[in-house]
Design a protein around this ligand. Structure first.
Ligand code: ADP
Ligand code: MG
Length: 180
């Protein structure tokens, strides 16, 4: 299975990408967000919240570890987790969330290598700031988003749907063949 890569030029672009991705998500989906502080993980999650039509505001969950955003329109809730302080192999069950992960869309900032064992499938979203631009008077704000699907839920058809949805929203993706 190949990964998909796209670029955004500003925070609104990253929110839009997430909003479009939300359109193909299903209850039980797990998104694992990776990238350094300020990469745009929370910004991305705000787009997911908009796309899923959940009660906001979506903000950094740093001091609460996890926050449940119920749907405003009968769809899945968004469970927003910050795994930064959970250590390795975080057990979300222990958080006693007021949402069943099978019925919600769960997004975990700093989730890489911590939460993948919770589900049979997940979508890894890596956010990256390209190298610093030369001219400090022309502040660029691009980000690279690499979407790496894993598990049976993200079969070829599902990944194709994802790429098509992004393309249709004016966010063309590039297919990256994976090393494994
Ligand atoms: P993280 O949760 O990864 O620490 P945040 O989403 O909280 O990151 O912060 C990202 C910051 O970078 C925000 O202030 C946002 O406005 C800014 N930003 C600039 N360009 C982008 C972009 N293309 N995508 C996402 N965020 C961006
Ligand atoms: Mg954050």
């Amino acid at each position: 299975m190949s990964a998909l890569e796209l670029r955004t030029t500003d925070p609104e672009g990253t929110r839009l990408a997430a909003q479009v991705i939300a359109g193909v998500l299903r209850p039980g989906d797990l998104l694992v967000l990776d990238g350094p502080l300020g990469a745009g993980k929370t910004t991305f999650t705000q787009g997911l919240g908009a796309g899923l039509d959940v009660r906001g505001p979506v903000a950094s969950p740093t001091f609460v570890i996890a926050r449940v955003h119920p749907s405003l329109s009968g769809g899945p809730a968004l469970v927003h987790v910050d795994a930064y302080r959970l250590g390795g192999s975080a057990d979300l069950e222990d958080l006693d969330l007021e949402a069943d992960l099978d019925d919600a869309v769960t997004v975990v900032e700093w989730g890489r290598d911590r939460v993948e064992h919770l589900t049979s499938s997940h979508l890894l979203v890596e956010l990256e700031r390209p190298d610093q631009v030369d001219d400090p008077d022309l502040p660029e704000e691009p980000r690279t988003l690499r979407l790496t699907p894993a598990g049976p839920r993200w079969d070829e058809g599902a990944v194709t749907d994802l790429a098509r949805a992004l393309d249709a929203a004016g966010l063309p993706t590039e297919q990256i063949e994976q090393e494994n």
